[in-house]
Design a protein around this ligand. Structure first.
Ligand SMILES: Nc1nc(O)c(N)c(N[C@@H]2O[C@H](COP(=O)(O)O)[C@@H](O)[C@H]2O)n1
Length: 158
């Protein structure tokens, strides 16, 4: 359904699509930094905060969208250096999810060298924005994870 094997057309997705295995909202649990995270979105949003209780509240959110809502809270102090590290945390979450779920890693690897585009219309940072001129950092991050997974696969076959 999601595969575009042998087809170098761009792979389109949104970070917020819970049905797409490569989206941050997909419910593929993984363990990282000593906790089990229900989705990449849960991990990413929790890492914005130093307050361990609030991080735990986000981790236990019933849905990735709820985790995202909690992550936008102005009542809780966000880490001051967050913007400097946000892409790193998103990358870590997606990479570890792929390591924990071989079917998700396979889907990513099977996209070959196709460009990956996050088509979120209102997000010019993670997505391509309404006019496709956005930074597409979510798509770029997935392409980086794909490169790393491919190198690891090649090294393990040597
Ligand atoms: N400029 C910029 N730098 C970052 O490091 C960011 N994470 C963002 N995010 C933008 O703000 C919206 C909500 O933030 P997160 O989803 O929590 O990143 C998001 O939609 C981006 O547009 N911006």
């Amino acid at each position: 359904m999601f595969s575009n094997k042998d087809d170098n057309k761009p792979l389109y997705l949104t970070r917020e699509d819970p049905k797409h295995p490569l989206a941050a909202y997909s419910k593929h649990a993984f363990e990282l930094d000593g906790f089990e995270w229900p989705s990449v979105e849960h991990y990413y949003q929790a890492m914005k905060f130093d307050d361990a209780d609030y991080r735990e509240q986000i981790r236990q959110a019933a849905h990735p969208a709820e985790a995202a809502k909690l992550g936008k809270s102005r009542k809780h102090q966000r880490r001051k250096d967050w913007k400097k590290h946000s892409v790193t945390y998103m990358t870590r979450g997606c990479y570890i999810k792929c390591r924990a779920h071989t079917d998700v890693a396979e889907l990513l690897l099977n996209s070959g060298d196709a460009e990956i585009k996050n088509t979120s219309q209102y997000d010019y940072f993670w997505g391509s924005g309404r006019d496709t001129r956005g930074d597409n950092n979510f798509g770029k991050m997935l392409m980086g994870v794909r490169k790393k997974l491919r190198e690891e696969t090649q090294n393990s076959n040597k």
